[in-house]
Design a protein around this ligand. Structure first.
Ligand SMILES: Nc1ncnc2c1ncn2[C@@H]1O[C@H](COP(=O)(O)OP(=O)(O)OP(=O)(O)O)[C@@H](O)[C@H]1O
Ligand SMILES: [Mg+2]
Length: 283
């Protein structure tokens, strides 16, 4: 599959900061890939997301080195609006994503579609599609200022997805949602990925990361320390030194091995741990 995101030796230092927030980051993401970015608070995950969609360097001032290309276009030379045709970001803080310049959720959803030469009919089609997808049909006439955090998060996701980007960047996009609401959103993300959309998702839930990711990228202090399949990354024995924890299933496998109940095989996901439990019970 062709590369759709090409980050090369990229560093960014925010104005007035002493050290770079991300440093010498190189990352290639291929069409249709599901990439999860993990790392401790302050590791640089949001900064990387902002760089992917062009908010860095166009909105945040600072010093950048290296390059970020989206579908071949250099983000430094392409407007955020042009980039948004290809790549969309759902912000970590959904309250920062909405414009609040609109009187209704429906207007908020279509805000980004203005000046794109999209017909009224097409706008209606997209609002319908996105509001069904995000389960916000009953909110379309509401004032965005009167929504709950979870509702704002759904609208924020909808306002990104309505532009129909081929690449979705999700920066901890379910922080405001209850567990069921969050898992519903992750199911949607999985479906979108299965339909060919490239996903780059920042997440702290390692069990989910292990289940969803083709590639896991581990960031620490602004740098990419590890990248590979969930099995490759979560097999690393001293993964805690990068400020992240392995999925519970990995810890369970290691516990079984220490107790002499398994031969050291690692279960990374829930399904794999079930297979392992069955093997243990049978022996
Ligand atoms: N607007 C800003 N101006 C100056 N420094 C910033 C700004 N935003 C982030 N930083 C700094 O850049 C570094 C990386 O922050 P970033 O928000 O990218 O981390 P993160 O991995 O997303 O963390 P979290 O898990 O808490 O969301 C931190 O040291 C942070 O203090
Ligand atoms: Mg962040």
């Amino acid at each position: 599959m062709k590369p759709v995101v090409e980050v090369q030796d990229y560093s960014f230092t925010y104005q007035d900061a002493e050290t770079p927030a991300i440093k010498d980051v190189s990352l290639t993401v291929r069409e249709g890939e599901f990439v999860c970015v993990v790392g401790a608070n302050g590791a640089g995950k949001t900064t990387l997301c902002n760089a992917l969609v062009g908010l860095i360097p166009h909105y945040f001032t600072g010093k950048s080195e290296g390059s970020v290309r989206i579908n071949g276009a250099d983000t430094a030379e392409t407007s955020v609006s042009d980039l948004s045709n290809y790549i969309g970001l759902v912000f970590q803080n959904p309250f920062n994503q909405l414009t609040y310049a609109s009187g209704t959720v429906a207007e908020e959803l279509t805000y980004g579609l203005g000046n794109r030469g999209i017909s009224r009919e097409e706008m209606r089609r997209r609002v319908k599609l996105v509001s069904q997808l995000m389960h916000i049909e009953n909110l379309l006439d509401r004032d965005p200022l009167e929504l709950s955090g979870g509702q704002v998060q759904r609208v924020a996701f909808g306002s990104t997805f309505i532009l129909e980007p081929n690449i979705l960047v999700l920066d901890e996009c379910t922080t405001q949602l209850d567990p069921l609401g969050a898992s519903e959103i992750f199911d949607i993300v999985k479906q979108l990925n299965a339909s060919g959309i490239t996903v780059i998702m920042v997440d702290h839930d390692m069990e989910r990361v292990a289940e969803y990711a083709d590639t896991v990228v581990v960031m620490e202090r602004g740098q990419i320390r590890l990248a590979g399949s969930p099995r490759e990354v979560f097999s690393v024995s001293d993964i805690n030194r990068y400020g992240i924890d392995a999925p519970d299933y990995v810890k369970l496998s290691k516990g079984l091995e220490r107790s002499g109940l398994s031969d050291g095989k690692l279960a990374i996901t829930y399904d794999e741990s079930l297979v392992m439990a069955k093997e243990v019970l049978e022996h």
